[in-house]
Design a protein around this ligand. Structure first.
Ligand SMILES: Cc1ncc(C[n+]2csc(CCOP(=O)(O)OP(=O)(O)O)c2C)c(N)n1
Ligand code: SF4
Length: 316
């Protein structure tokens, strides 16, 4: 029986842009996010980026966690997996290993990615898995009605912290860099052109590309910093630094993360290491990752499956 995978994407091929509307599902459900929600900005930027890069829906897998942000995989036409809270990255990693030809994007909220899934975030960065990770950072738990999240600022009042949060917010950019991510950026739903360009860069990057995406939640987080004007560091003479230099990037991120709650929102690409091999490249170099996908092997009647006990025998 022959099997032709639909999804092999040749990254090196010259491609024409595809129709971004192909990423809009033809059937219900339509997006049920609140009017004015920043999540619409992520959806738009992702569709635009995929279209500009010449992808088609069957070449892409979008894995989400739980939360308002997690609904993204229902509103985006591609292979999709709406996983459990904080677990989009392990699912995405497994899928990429099983089918290296897929373009894999994982997404989730700040509670999902920096709270419950924080462990997976650090280790996926450390291992430099080849995928894009978009975190919808609205500084709040949106779907469960506005509790304090890991990115809520000190003093933020909510139902869970009625007298104001006494916890310092997490520093997602710095955490990602220290963890080992090879591409780190921040963008914002209020900056649609930059958002689309950042997502394109992240998708094109071979390795773990982390995008902290500031998304406003007008329903539960009325005083979020995302409403103040952003500054694009790549377009500002005041913020010159070498984003290929880890130390300079680290200092820049430190300032950016301090500034966020002082009323200055700095966005842009903060770190890019194009030379560090991804986990997939390292595995291939060790002969560990078959070139063909799991699906192809499954449909190949002549494929010799290696069982774990065969491997154990081999090591006796
Ligand atoms: C293990 C687990 N704990 C708690 C929940 C309840 N829960 C569902 S969504 C959510 C908050 C999501 O917040 P965030 O990740 O910031 O995403 P947002 O809704 O803001 O996009 C929580 C706590 C859950 N579904 N699973
Ligand atoms: S509750 Fe907030 S994050 Fe959720 S859809 Fe509404 S505006 Fe968006």
């Amino acid at each position: 029986m022959s099997f032709t995978p639909l999804h092999q994407h040749d990254d090196d091929a010259e491609r024409e842009p595809t129709d971004r509307e192909a990423f809009t599902p033809g059937i219900e459900p339509q997006a049920t996010w609140c009017p004015g929600c920043g999540d619409f900005g992520v959806l738009k930027a992702l569709k635009g980026a995929m279209g500009d890069l010449g992808y088609t829906p069957e070449e892409v897998l979008l894995v989400t966690g739980i939360g308002c942000s997690g609904k993204l995989s229902s509103y985006f036409e591609s292979y999709g997996f709406h996983s459990i809270h904080g677990r989009s990255l392990p699912v995405a990693r497994a899928a990429k290993l099983a089918n290296p030809g897929l373009e894999v994007v994982a997404a989730g909220g700040d509670g999902d990615g920096y709270g419950i899934g924080g462990n997976h975030f650090v280790h996926t960065a450390r291992e430099n898995h080849d995928m894009t990770y978009i975190v919808f950072n609205n500084e709040i738990f949106g779907l469960t009605k506005g509790q304090t999240s890991p990115t809520s600022p000190m003093g933020h009042k909510s139902k869970t912290q009625p007298h104001g949060s006494a916890k310092a917010p997490i520093r997602p950019l710095s955490l990602s860099l220290v963890g080992g991510a090879s591409y780190v950026a921040r963008t914002a739903a209020v900056n649609p052109n930059q958002a689309q360009e950042i997502i394109k860069e992240a998708i094109q990057h071979d390795g773990f590309a982390h995008v902290d995406f500031l998304t406003q939640c007008p329903t539960w987080n009325k005083d979020a910093k995302q409403y103040v004007p952003y500054i694009d560091v790549q377009q500002s003479d005041d913020y010159e630094f070498d984003y290929h230099d880890r130390r300079e990037a680290s200092e820049m991120m430190h300032d950016v993360e301090d500034a966020l709650h002082e009323g200055e929102v700095l966005t842009g690409r903060f770190y890019h290491d194009p030379d560090r091999p991804s986990y997939q490249e390292e595995k291939r170099a060790h002969g560990d990752v078959p070139e063909d996908s799991l699906a192809e092997r499954y449909h190949d009647d002549d494929y010799e499956w290696e069982r774990s006990y065969d491997l154990m025998d081999a090591h006796k």
